[in-house]
Design a binder for this molecule. Structure first.
Ligand code: SAH
Length: 225
Protein backbone atom coordinates (compact mmCIF):
# COMPACT_ATOMS: atom_id res chain seq x y z
CA UNK A 1 0.00 0.00 0.00
CA UNK A 2 1.17 3.36 -1.29
CA UNK A 3 1.79 5.55 1.81
CA UNK A 4 3.77 2.69 3.27
CA UNK A 5 5.83 2.29 0.13
CA UNK A 6 6.61 5.99 -0.25
CA UNK A 7 5.56 8.11 2.73
CA UNK A 8 5.25 11.87 2.25
CA UNK A 9 7.29 14.08 4.62
CA UNK A 10 4.06 14.78 6.52
CA UNK A 11 3.37 11.06 6.94
CA UNK A 12 6.97 10.36 7.88
CA UNK A 13 6.76 12.85 10.77
CA UNK A 14 9.36 14.68 12.83
CA UNK A 15 10.42 14.63 16.49
CA UNK A 16 7.45 13.45 18.55
CA UNK A 17 5.82 12.08 15.39
CA UNK A 18 8.93 10.51 13.86
CA UNK A 19 9.70 6.89 13.07
CA UNK A 20 11.61 6.73 16.37
CA UNK A 21 8.46 7.71 18.25
CA UNK A 22 6.54 4.98 16.40
CA UNK A 23 9.29 2.44 17.15
CA UNK A 24 9.13 3.27 20.87
CA UNK A 25 5.38 2.69 20.83
CA UNK A 26 5.93 -0.71 19.19
CA UNK A 27 8.44 -1.67 21.89
CA UNK A 28 5.88 -0.77 24.51
CA UNK A 29 3.10 -2.75 22.80
CA UNK A 30 5.40 -5.78 22.63
CA UNK A 31 6.24 -5.41 26.33
CA UNK A 32 2.51 -5.26 27.02
CA UNK A 33 1.86 -8.57 25.28
CA UNK A 34 1.14 -7.78 21.62
CA UNK A 35 2.91 -10.56 19.72
CA UNK A 36 1.55 -10.69 16.16
CA UNK A 37 4.31 -9.37 13.93
CA UNK A 38 1.91 -8.50 11.12
CA UNK A 39 0.00 -6.18 13.44
CA UNK A 40 3.13 -4.67 14.99
CA UNK A 41 4.53 -4.07 11.53
CA UNK A 42 1.44 -2.16 10.36
CA UNK A 43 1.33 -0.04 13.52
CA UNK A 44 5.01 0.70 13.11
CA UNK A 45 4.40 2.12 9.65
CA UNK A 46 0.99 3.75 9.92
CA UNK A 47 1.25 7.46 10.84
CA UNK A 48 -1.22 7.73 13.76
CA UNK A 49 -0.39 11.43 14.05
CA UNK A 50 -2.39 12.01 10.85
CA UNK A 51 -5.51 10.61 12.57
CA UNK A 52 -5.64 13.22 15.35
CA UNK A 53 -5.88 17.01 15.30
CA UNK A 54 -2.59 18.79 14.79
CA UNK A 55 -2.60 20.11 18.36
CA UNK A 56 -2.53 16.51 19.64
CA UNK A 57 -0.05 15.13 17.09
CA UNK A 58 2.81 15.20 19.59
CA UNK A 59 0.86 12.73 21.76
CA UNK A 60 -0.07 10.38 18.90
CA UNK A 61 2.53 7.73 19.88
CA UNK A 62 1.60 7.58 23.54
CA UNK A 63 -0.32 4.40 24.26
CA UNK A 64 -3.50 6.27 25.05
CA UNK A 65 -6.92 7.13 23.60
CA UNK A 66 -7.20 10.74 22.42
CA UNK A 67 -10.19 13.01 21.70
CA UNK A 68 -11.21 13.39 18.03
CA UNK A 69 -14.13 15.80 18.56
CA UNK A 70 -17.89 15.18 18.88
CA UNK A 71 -17.22 13.57 22.29
CA UNK A 72 -15.51 10.61 20.56
CA UNK A 73 -12.00 9.17 20.83
CA UNK A 74 -9.40 7.39 18.71
CA UNK A 75 -8.84 4.09 20.51
CA UNK A 76 -5.69 3.36 22.50
CA UNK A 77 -3.04 1.72 20.25
CA UNK A 78 -2.85 -1.34 22.53
CA UNK A 79 -6.59 -1.88 22.12
CA UNK A 80 -6.39 -1.48 18.33
CA UNK A 81 -3.50 -3.95 18.26
CA UNK A 82 -5.26 -6.47 20.52
CA UNK A 83 -8.52 -6.34 18.56
CA UNK A 84 -6.72 -6.66 15.23
CA UNK A 85 -4.61 -9.55 16.51
CA UNK A 86 -7.73 -11.37 17.70
CA UNK A 87 -9.48 -10.66 14.40
CA UNK A 88 -6.80 -12.17 12.17
CA UNK A 89 -5.61 -14.93 14.52
CA UNK A 90 -7.35 -17.87 12.83
CA UNK A 91 -7.57 -16.51 9.29
CA UNK A 92 -6.91 -13.17 7.64
CA UNK A 93 -10.41 -12.04 6.65
CA UNK A 94 -11.00 -11.17 2.99
CA UNK A 95 -13.91 -8.90 3.88
CA UNK A 96 -14.29 -6.95 7.12
CA UNK A 97 -17.02 -4.68 8.45
CA UNK A 98 -16.10 -2.07 11.05
CA UNK A 99 -18.81 -0.27 13.00
CA UNK A 100 -17.61 3.11 14.30
CA UNK A 101 -15.11 4.63 11.85
CA UNK A 102 -14.21 7.50 14.21
CA UNK A 103 -10.80 8.81 13.18
CA UNK A 104 -10.37 6.03 10.62
CA UNK A 105 -7.25 4.64 12.31
CA UNK A 106 -8.56 1.13 13.05
CA UNK A 107 -10.03 0.97 9.54
CA UNK A 108 -6.66 1.93 8.04
CA UNK A 109 -4.94 -0.78 10.10
CA UNK A 110 -7.45 -3.34 8.81
CA UNK A 111 -7.08 -2.12 5.21
CA UNK A 112 -3.34 -2.80 5.41
CA UNK A 113 -3.95 -6.40 6.49
CA UNK A 114 -7.27 -7.57 5.02
CA UNK A 115 -8.73 -7.79 1.55
CA UNK A 116 -11.56 -5.27 1.67
CA UNK A 117 -12.76 -3.09 4.52
CA UNK A 118 -16.25 -1.63 4.92
CA UNK A 119 -16.68 0.94 7.69
CA UNK A 120 -19.78 2.73 8.98
CA UNK A 121 -19.92 5.93 11.06
CA UNK A 122 -23.01 7.75 12.36
CA UNK A 123 -21.39 11.20 12.80
CA UNK A 124 -20.96 12.84 9.42
CA UNK A 125 -18.19 15.24 10.38
CA UNK A 126 -16.00 12.44 11.76
CA UNK A 127 -16.57 10.42 8.61
CA UNK A 128 -15.61 13.40 6.42
CA UNK A 129 -12.31 13.75 8.27
CA UNK A 130 -11.65 10.01 8.12
CA UNK A 131 -12.30 9.93 4.37
CA UNK A 132 -9.84 12.79 3.86
CA UNK A 133 -7.21 10.70 5.68
CA UNK A 134 -7.96 7.57 3.62
CA UNK A 135 -7.51 9.61 0.44
CA UNK A 136 -4.30 11.20 1.68
CA UNK A 137 -2.85 7.79 2.50
CA UNK A 138 -3.98 6.32 -0.82
CA UNK A 139 -6.06 3.58 0.81
CA UNK A 140 -8.17 2.04 -1.93
CA UNK A 141 -9.54 -1.23 -0.55
CA UNK A 142 -11.93 0.54 1.82
CA UNK A 143 -15.50 1.77 1.50
CA UNK A 144 -17.21 3.94 4.07
CA UNK A 145 -20.79 4.92 4.73
CA UNK A 146 -22.64 7.46 6.85
CA UNK A 147 -25.26 5.38 8.64
CA UNK A 148 -26.32 3.71 11.85
CA UNK A 149 -23.91 0.80 12.01
CA UNK A 150 -26.19 -1.12 14.38
CA UNK A 151 -27.85 -2.30 11.18
CA UNK A 152 -24.56 -3.49 9.69
CA UNK A 153 -24.16 -3.12 5.92
CA UNK A 154 -26.43 -5.84 4.50
CA UNK A 155 -25.70 -5.06 0.83
CA UNK A 156 -22.13 -6.29 1.25
CA UNK A 157 -22.79 -9.23 3.60
CA UNK A 158 -21.61 -11.83 4.36
CA UNK A 159 -18.44 -10.55 6.07
CA UNK A 160 -15.59 -12.78 7.21
CA UNK A 161 -15.16 -10.51 10.22
CA UNK A 162 -17.10 -7.75 11.98
CA UNK A 163 -15.52 -5.39 14.48
CA UNK A 164 -17.41 -2.92 16.67
CA UNK A 165 -15.41 -0.05 18.10
CA UNK A 166 -18.23 1.27 20.31
CA UNK A 167 -19.84 -0.63 23.19
CA UNK A 168 -23.43 -1.86 23.39
CA UNK A 169 -25.28 -3.85 26.05
CA UNK A 170 -25.32 -6.86 23.71
CA UNK A 171 -24.52 -7.65 20.09
CA UNK A 172 -27.60 -7.24 17.88
CA UNK A 173 -28.50 -10.58 16.20
CA UNK A 174 -28.82 -8.68 12.91
CA UNK A 175 -25.01 -8.52 12.80
CA UNK A 176 -24.61 -12.29 13.16
CA UNK A 177 -26.92 -12.64 10.16
CA UNK A 178 -24.30 -10.71 8.16
CA UNK A 179 -21.38 -12.85 9.33
CA UNK A 180 -20.01 -15.78 7.28
CA UNK A 181 -20.41 -19.18 9.00
CA UNK A 182 -16.68 -19.40 9.78
CA UNK A 183 -16.51 -15.69 10.59
CA UNK A 184 -15.42 -13.83 13.69
CA UNK A 185 -17.06 -10.88 15.45
CA UNK A 186 -15.24 -8.73 17.98
CA UNK A 187 -17.07 -6.25 20.17
CA UNK A 188 -16.82 -4.41 23.48
CA UNK A 189 -19.96 -5.35 25.40
CA UNK A 190 -21.46 -4.02 28.62
CA UNK A 191 -22.16 -0.77 30.47
CA UNK A 192 -19.41 1.84 31.10
CA UNK A 193 -17.02 0.65 33.78
CA UNK A 194 -17.63 -3.07 33.26
CA UNK A 195 -17.15 -3.64 29.55
CA UNK A 196 -15.56 -6.82 28.27
CA UNK A 197 -13.97 -7.27 24.87
CA UNK A 198 -15.68 -10.33 23.39
CA UNK A 199 -14.77 -12.48 20.42
CA UNK A 200 -17.57 -14.56 18.93
CA UNK A 201 -16.95 -17.62 16.77
CA UNK A 202 -19.24 -20.38 15.58
CA UNK A 203 -19.55 -23.31 18.01
CA UNK A 204 -21.68 -26.48 17.89
CA UNK A 205 -24.70 -24.73 19.32
CA UNK A 206 -24.43 -21.25 17.81
CA UNK A 207 -22.15 -18.26 18.33
CA UNK A 208 -19.93 -18.57 21.39
CA UNK A 209 -18.16 -15.65 23.06
CA UNK A 210 -14.68 -15.66 24.52
CA UNK A 211 -13.58 -12.73 26.71
CA UNK A 212 -10.36 -10.99 25.75
CA UNK A 213 -10.36 -8.79 28.85
CA UNK A 214 -11.72 -5.56 30.29
CA UNK A 215 -11.91 -2.48 28.05
CA UNK A 216 -13.39 1.01 28.01
CA UNK A 217 -15.13 2.23 24.84
CA UNK A 218 -17.52 5.05 23.98
CA UNK A 219 -21.16 3.90 23.72
CA UNK A 220 -22.76 2.50 20.57
CA UNK A 221 -25.58 4.94 19.84
CA UNK A 222 -28.60 4.62 17.58
CA UNK A 223 -29.56 6.82 14.65
CA UNK A 224 -27.44 9.42 12.86
CA UNK A 225 -25.27 12.04 14.58
N1 SAH B 1 -12.43 2.93 15.28
C1 SAH B 1 -12.32 4.30 15.75
C2 SAH B 1 -12.82 4.43 17.17
C3 SAH B 1 -13.76 5.57 17.26
S1 SAH B 1 -14.73 5.69 18.72
C4 SAH B 1 -10.91 4.82 15.57
O1 SAH B 1 -10.02 4.05 15.21
O2 SAH B 1 -10.71 6.02 15.71
C5 SAH B 1 -16.23 4.91 18.21
C6 SAH B 1 -16.98 5.52 17.07
O3 SAH B 1 -18.19 4.80 16.93
C7 SAH B 1 -17.38 6.99 17.23
O4 SAH B 1 -16.89 7.74 16.17
C8 SAH B 1 -18.90 6.95 17.23
O5 SAH B 1 -19.50 8.07 16.61
C9 SAH B 1 -19.17 5.68 16.45
N2 SAH B 1 -20.50 5.08 16.66
C10 SAH B 1 -21.20 4.93 17.81
N3 SAH B 1 -22.37 4.32 17.58
C11 SAH B 1 -22.41 4.06 16.24
C12 SAH B 1 -23.39 3.44 15.37
N4 SAH B 1 -24.54 2.97 15.81
N5 SAH B 1 -23.08 3.36 14.06
C13 SAH B 1 -21.91 3.83 13.56
N6 SAH B 1 -20.98 4.43 14.32
C14 SAH B 1 -21.22 4.54 15.65
Amino acid sequence: MNVFARPTPEARGLGMTSQRARDRLIDRLKADGIADRRVLDVLRRLPRHLFVEEALASRAYEDTALPIGQAQTISQPWVVARMTEALIEHKVPAKVLEIGTGSGYQAAVLAALCGNVYTVERIEELLRNARRRFRKLGIENLRSRHDDGKLGWPEHAPFDAIILTAAGEAVDPILFDQLAPDGVLIAPVGPPGTQQLLRYRQADNGWAAQSLGAVSFVPLLGGLG
